[in-house]
Design a protein around this ligand. Structure first.
Ligand SMILES: *[C@@H]1O[C@H](CO)[C@@H](O)[C@H](O)[C@H]1NC(C)=O
Ligand SMILES: *[C@@H]1O[C@H](CO)[C@@H](O)[C@H](O)[C@H]1NC(C)=O
Ligand SMILES: *[C@@H]1O[C@H](CO)[C@@H](O)[C@H](O)[C@H]1NC(C)=O
Ligand SMILES: *[C@@H]1O[C@H](CO)[C@@H](O)[C@H](O)[C@H]1NC(C)=O
Ligand SMILES: *[C@@H]1O[C@H](CO)[C@@H](O)[C@H](O)[C@H]1NC(C)=O
Length: 403
């Protein structure tokens, strides 16, 4: 800025106002242009100009001691970047939830939800795969559907390598243990689960698995889902949760039916697509729960090392997958509602249902084509999950390669 100032001052000296009556083309003395200009000034201007130059050099002399912040007028201070409200720097609850009464807990969660309601859903889509090369053409078609249908959304693709950089950069300073888990879980499916919760917790927006297809622009989802629900106030929605299982009827679906298909609850929320505002309590609880159970499981191994921690398929669902995700969401809903919300209250949703600050979508929205769970056709769904597709086998092969 000092060079700007200098330029302005010289511009002032050359200004015709300071040059007196005589046209400039007259006698060209042998002085340099600045000095010639100087000598042609009338006496009063001469003194003023001298004082100006003196002031200028005095200022330059002291400039290093003048802090920019105090010196610059407000309009010149760098603009404060208004981004989404930063989530808390670590995953510890404050105040510790366990020490609160049910009423205090509810008030705390309601306050958190109110605070977040002024934040918009970030327009950002995240996907991840091991490398930038996907397994087949259909996978590229799916990936394309996300940026083709959502041109106003930012799109971030994380590979194994850039995902590790992302996790280290954002969490190593405050939470080295989650970085340790992300880096060292021998079964990489666990790390893939952890990543989605971390990304949506830290940045908010949409996470969706690489085998999903966008069937309707993200910005239309909430409007479409609440079209028949005028009483739902969308400004109070901070998280959108999709369902993959809704079989509360015990006559129609006996326990055996669930066991055979490896389901734990009659309502199951899916985590292949996640959509939330940044810093939401559900994601904080999910990440804390993963850390707590990992600590315990590590301590049970002979070498007290994460490299010895191995889970069965059901245990994975129970530690980082949809079983735990469902449990954490239902626990949160009970706390913010201040009552036990029964399974049946999540069942038979049409369009959407808001409980607490969470908007629940029916099975069909993000998981169409199931024969059970009141799911309909793909036509009206927002997301299509290709886990039934032939190329799922390819994904599974890749997954087991890395185990
Ligand atoms: C909500 O925001 C207000 C103002 O920023 C803050 O004082 C308060 O602690 C926040 N409440 C919670 C529960 O974080
Ligand atoms: C992560 O943080 C720990 C200290 O908690 C430090 O020793 C380590 O070097 C950091 N790792 C990276 C990759 O920055
Ligand atoms: C549960 O399923 C049975 C058998 O399909 C049916 O007869 C019954 O009406 C269902 N109950 C409810 C509450 O939908
Ligand atoms: C759904 O039902 C159809 C016909 O009833 C059957 O062919 C298909 O295999 C079922 N799909 C699943 C995933 O169960
Ligand atoms: C919601 O989406 C369905 C299927 O695309 C469409 O038929 C319906 O008109 C939409 N409703 C609104 C209110 O956008």
């Amino acid at each position: 800025m000092s060079s700007d100032l200098r330029r302005d001052i010289f511009r002032g000296l050359y200004n015709p106002i300071y040059r007196g009556e005589k046209p400039e083309t007259e006698s060209q003395p042998k002085h340099s242009p600045i000095l010639s200009c100087w000598f042609r000034l009338p006496r009063r201007q001469n003194i003023l100009a001298f004082l100006a130059v003196l002031c200028f050099f005095t200022f330059m002399w002291h400039a290093p001691q003048i802090s920019h912040k105090n010196f610059l007028p407000e309009s010149l201070t760098p603009p404060i970047l208004i981004t989404h409200k930063a989530p808390p720097p670590h995953f510890q609850d404050n105040p510790p939830i366990a020490t609160l009464t049910a009423q205090e807990k509810q008030n705390h969660l309601l306050a958190l939800a109110r605070n977040l309601s002024s934040t918009p859903f970030p327009q950002h889509i995240y996907q991840t795969w091991k490398t930038i090369s996907l397994v087949c053409d259909e996978a590229y078609d799916c990936q394309n559907s996300w940026f083709r249908k959502n041109p106003s959304h930012e799109y971030t693709f994380l590979t194994d390598k850039s995902a590790l950089d992302y996790v280290v950069e954002n969490f190593n300073a405050s939470d080295p243990f989650i970085v340790h888990l992300f880096r060292n879980f021998p079964q990489r499916i666990l790390a893939a689960d952890i990543l989605r919760y971390l990304v949506v917790y830290k940045n908010g927006g949409l996470y969706t698995d690489i085998d999903t297809e966008c069937n309707k622009p993200v910005d239309e989802w909430l409007k479409n889902a609440t079209a028949s629900k005028p009483d739902i106030d969308l400004s109070g929605v901070n998280v959108v949760v999709g369902m993959e299982l809704d079989v509360v009827n015990r006559t129609q679906y006996p326990d055996r039916w669930l066991v055979e298909r490896i389901y734990k609850n009659r309502i199951q929320f899916l985590q292949w697509t996640l959509y939330a505002k940044p810093g939401h309590e559900i994601f904080r609880r999910m990440i804390m729960s993963i850390q707590d159970s990992a600590k315990e499981d590590i301590s049970k191994t002979a070498k007290k090392s994460i490299s010895q921690v191995r889970y069965t398929q059901t245990e994975i669902l129970d530690k980082t997958g949809p079983f735990k995700w469902t449990e954490v969401i239902m626990g949160y809903i009970n706390d913010i509602e201040g009552r036990k919300v029964e399974m049946e209250e999540y069942s038979g949703i049409e369009g959407s249902r808001k409980i607490g600050d969470v908007l629940f979508l029916p099975v069909n929205s993000w998981s169409p084509g199931m024969n059970h769970s009141h799911a309909g056709s793909d036509e009206t769904s927002f997301v299509i999950h290709h886990f039934g597709g032939t190329w799922k086998l390819e994904f599974e092969k890749h997954d087991s390669d890395s185990d």
